[in-house]
Design a protein around this ligand. Structure first.
Ligand code: CA
Length: 404
């Protein structure tokens, strides 16, 4: 019999966080919310609010129906949940609906619709430019005018804990005039935030403005954009990332509502030159999110999201400005998050400077790119609404298996 937990005010998964997830049980999948070190079964508590659309959506096996509802229902559900969790009268009954998080198996929390990955970190884009175009301008001429992105493969977005098989494909070693075929020898990660879209699907031909974007932004996940640099380098000119990225993209099982980041909003960097009017709006904001990249338990980098050049509201405005629709389950990545310092780089490509500067792990080994058996874990937190408090993200982890 679980007793109701005493969740301290400074716990990263207290009432100010409340990320949603989907728990696998022998009887099927159920929507849960993380509270402290437990998952609370929302299907069970939904029966207490039978008349609301959001409670009906909580009875579904994924977040899909809840995502489709929109801002008003998301906010109403969050207010109800926050109040209920603070109500001592509910605690004896609700204790039966708790599962310790270490016993929770998380499923992919929603059906991923369109998946786009952007490229919004100036430090990352500059590092990559210096590595691959050492004699040219580090940033491409378009970079300060639009949030660059590409369409990825949504069906290979996987939940935390899913093993990643080393991809095989074409690559052209620098010493060879012709390509060779085989397992990637330059497998990498990219530490990113992923933004989850909800609300009714937009009409074909319509646009989402920067100031309308928050109505469509449900939440945020941690995202690892696994990348085979050797496959990528050979294939990407002139159409962009393809098989070097599409084999797997890992996301955290917990989706943190954007509302949980209300106290983490920070100004964007100065955008100079001023972007075109459709990319301007008061809602465009940065977020003070602190990430950590661990390899086999060794923290190798602490990227800071706050310095990212483009806001998620601008990314969504850009990806709909041509009239393309967006709807519930769409997912877009921020792009690799790298800071100005070497210990803030969000990829092995940058940490090892294209393989020329191996970096050390705690066990004494070094890495340039990933080895079979390596486990990569991303974690993050943001400031909460009371001084010193933190809002936690669920981690995203994955282990590299040998090529098949
Ligand atoms: Ca990426």
């Amino acid at each position: 019999m679980t007793t109701w937990p005493d969740v301290p005010a400074d716990h990263p998964f207290g009432r100010d966080a409340l990320p949603y997830g989907v728990m696998v049980t022998p009887a099927g999948s159920r929507i849960v919310v993380r509270y402290g070190d437990h998952a609370l079964d929302l299907r069970a508590v939904a029966d207490l609010e039978p008349d609301s659309a959001w409670a009906r959506a909580w009875r579904e096996p994924t977040l899909d129906a809840f995502l489709a509802l929109g801002r008003r229902d998301w906010d109403a559900a969050r207010v109800w949940l926050r109040d209920a969790l603070a109500d001592p009268g509910r605690q004896e009954e609700w204790a039966a609906y708790l599962t310790p998080v270490e016993q929770v198996s998380l499923a992919l929390p929603f059906t991923v619709g369109d998946y786009v990955d952007c490229y919004a970190s100036e430090h990352h884009a500059t590092n990559v430019g210096r590595i691959f175009r050492p004699d040219g301008e580090a940033l491409t001429p378009n970079w300060r005018h639009l949030p660059i992105g590409y369409h990825g493969r949504s069906q290979t977005v996987v939940v935390t804990g899913t093993d990643v098989i080393r991809p095989t494909g074409q690559r052209k070693p620098p010493t060879s005039d012709t390509p060779v075929f085989g397992p990637s020898v330059r497998l990498d990660i990219e530490a990113e935030l992923g933004f989850v879209v909800g609300g009714p699907r937009t009409a074909l031909g319509s646009r989402v403005s920067v100031d309308e974007a928050d109505e469509h932004l449900f939440g945020v996940v941690l995202l690892n954009d696994w990348s085979a640099r050797d496959i990528q380098a050979w294939e990407y000119v002139p159409l962009g990332p393809f098989l070097g990225k599409s084999f797997a993209t890992s996301i955290s099982g917990w989706v943190l509502p954007m509302a949980a980041l209300s106290a983490a909003r920070v100004p964007l960097p100065i955008q100079e030159p001023l972007p075109l009017p459709y990319l301007c709006g008061h809602a465009a904001t940065g977020y003070d999110v602190h990430l950590e990249v661990a390899v086999n338990g060794s923290v190798v980098s602490r990227p800071e999201y706050a310095g990212l050049y483009w806001a998620p509201q601008q990314m969504l405005a850009h990806m709909t400005v041509n009239g393309a629709t967006t709807g519930p389950g769409d997912l877009f990545g921020s792009g690799t998050i790298s800071g100005p310092r070497a210990d803030q780089r969000g990829s092995f490509l940058e940490l090892s400077w294209n393989g020329t500067e191996p970096f050390a792990l705690a066990d004494g080994t070094t890495r340039t790119f990933l080895e079979d058996g390596d486990t990569v874990t991303l974690r993050a937190w943001a400031p909460g609404p009371t001084p010193g408090s933190r809002v936690g993200f669920g981690e995203v982890t994955g282990r590299v298996l040998p090529a098949r």
